[in-house]
Structure formats: structure tokens, C-alpha cells
Design a protein around this ligand. Structure first.
Ligand code: SF4
Ligand code: SF4
Length: 244
């Protein structure tokens, strides 16, 4: 059982195998209501997928659709999807038919109406779920039964969660918890290696990153975006926490 925490009334913890009634489809009255008035934080894997959906380069995507913000006291910046200035703060990717990037929609959109977090302890890491019952969401009136585990599976979240958990190893690193403040160079590398894959690849292939020299075979492997993101997470981890 997940321990109760100080959550708002409409959010409650739920175990991975506990069931709840929910379905979302274009026939619900609230169709697209959850694609407005939201703060949509993007993970590196979300940006990789949105790049595929939009066929933009990572630089174009960052310039056109993404806001980078760093709150005082936070070790790393957060990246948010911009919203339309239409009086309802609608997502830039929603139209009356639904999500225009559905196949590549971000992990948070797939996970809703659940929320997922990963808690690290001395003996390992485990995932926790919450269920978010907002008034506008009619999906809870549907008969279909789900569990967080089955819902995540059907929303094809496995790869999203794997990448997000790997990035979390940096964000929740003991050094960060103990007050380590990344340098400006660390933060620039964070954006470059995790969110700006096209520019990262270019700098790697042109041998412009001092400490990294790649073989021909490695360069071939890093033509693949997912491989490049895994490589970027590893480089970042090493450069920030071991200086290598
Ligand atoms: S990306 Fe798609 S699912 Fe997510 S908020 Fe935008 S329109 Fe909705
Ligand atoms: S508000 Fe709920 S039921 Fe309605 S479209 Fe969004 S997730 Fe689906």
C-alpha cells in the first residue's frame, strides 16, 4: 500500500495492481479538455518523440515549441511545451479531432489520469502511482476496468519510463540531494546532450567535445536517436559527477 501524503483532495495514491474504472475516447463529452490549461513538462524522450512527430530538428523544436525555465534553488532547468494564446491555453498540438501528434505524444499525456513517480531509497528504487480525478474528466464514468500496471502497458509507456528513470538517476543523484550545484557548463551540456540531439550529434561527430573521441563504429551507432540519448545520459552523468 502506498503511504498517504499531503496530496490535494482530487489526487490519491493507488497501488500498481489496484483497479479503477476509466476509459478515454473521442466519444466522451470532455474530449480534449485535458489538453488545455496545463503545464506540460517535457522529458528528453518526449522531445525525441516530438521531433519525430513534427519532423523538425531538435533546434527548431526548441525554438518553436519549448520554454526553458530554471527556478531558483533547482539544480537543472525544466522544459515545457508552449501553449496557444487562445484564451484557454490550449496545447499547440490539439485540434478538434484530438491530438495531432498522438503516436508520439508525451509520457505525461499517456499517463494521465495517473501520475507516476520513482522513489529511490538505500535499497533500490520503486515506482508509485497516484490517480488524478479532476471534475472535468468524464472518463471515470466509463465501465472499463484498469490497473496502473495495465494502463501503462496499453499506453506504451515502457520505453518512456525507462528513459525517464535513467534521467532521474541524474536529477536525484546523492550529490544533488546533498546540495551540489551544477556549473553553467554542466547545465549547457544537460540541454545539449538530453534535449538538443541534432546539435549534440553534430558536435560529437566533428570532435568538438574535448573529452570524447568516437570510433567509426560508435558514430554509426549514434546515428540512432535512442542510442544517442542513452549515450548522452551516460556522458552527462560522468561529466557532472566524476569529471570524466
Ligand atoms: S501533446 Fe497531444 S495529448 Fe498531450 S496535451 Fe498536447 S494535444 Fe493533448
Ligand atoms: S478529460 Fe479525461 S476522459 Fe476527457 S479526454 Fe481527457 S483524459 Fe479523456
Amino acid at each position: 500500500m502506498v503511504e498517504p501524503t499531503n496530496l490535494p483532495e482530487f489526487i490519491s495514491p493507488i497501488d500498481a495492481d489496484d483497479s479503477f474504472s476509466f476509459a478515454c475516447h473521442s466519444g466522451v463529452k470532455c474530449f480534449n479538455e485535458c489538453c488545455r490549461l496545463l503545464e506540460l513538462a517535457l522529458s528528453p524522450y518526449d522531445v525525441l518523440r516530438l521531433r519525430k512527430a513534427t519532423e523538425l530538428t531538435s533546434e527548431q523544436l526548441l525554438a518553436q515549441y519549448i520554454i526553458i525555465e530554471q527556478e531558483p534553488g533547482e539544480a537543472f532547468p525544466r522544459l515545457y511545451l508552449t501553449m496557444n494564446d487562445d484564451g484557454r491555453a490550449s496545447c499547440v498540438f490539439v485540434d478538434k479531432e484530438g491530438c495531432t501528434v498522438y503516436e508520439h505524444r508525451p509520457g505525461a499525456c499517456r499517463t494521465y489520469p495517473l501520475g507516476r513517480s520513482v522513489r529511490r531509497t538505500g535499497i533500490g528504487a520503486y515506482q508509485q502511482f497516484v490517480i488524478i480525478k479532476e471534475d472535468h474528466c468524464q472518463g471515470f464514468l466509463e465501465a472499463a476496468r484498469q490497473t496502473p500496471k495495465s494502463y501503462c502497458y496499453h499506453q506504451e509507456l515502457t520505453l518512456y519510463n525507462q528513459f525517464n528513470d535513467a534521467v532521474m538517476e541524474i536529477l536525484q543523484h546523492d550529490a544533488i540531494r546533498n546540495g551540489f550545484v551544477p556549473s553553467q557548463l554542466n547545465i549547457e551540456l544537460y540541454i545539449l546532450a538530453l534535449y538538443n540531439l541534432d546539435a549534440f550529434r553534430k558536435q560529437l561527430f566533428e570532435d568538438r567535445l574535448d573529452t570524447i573521441v568516437l570510433s567509426h563504429i560508435e558514430k554509426e551507432q549514434l546515428q540512432n536517436d535512442e542510442n544517442l540519448l542513452i549515450f548522452g545520459i551516460d556522458v552527462l552523468h560522468r561529466q557532472i559527477f566524476t569529471g570524466l
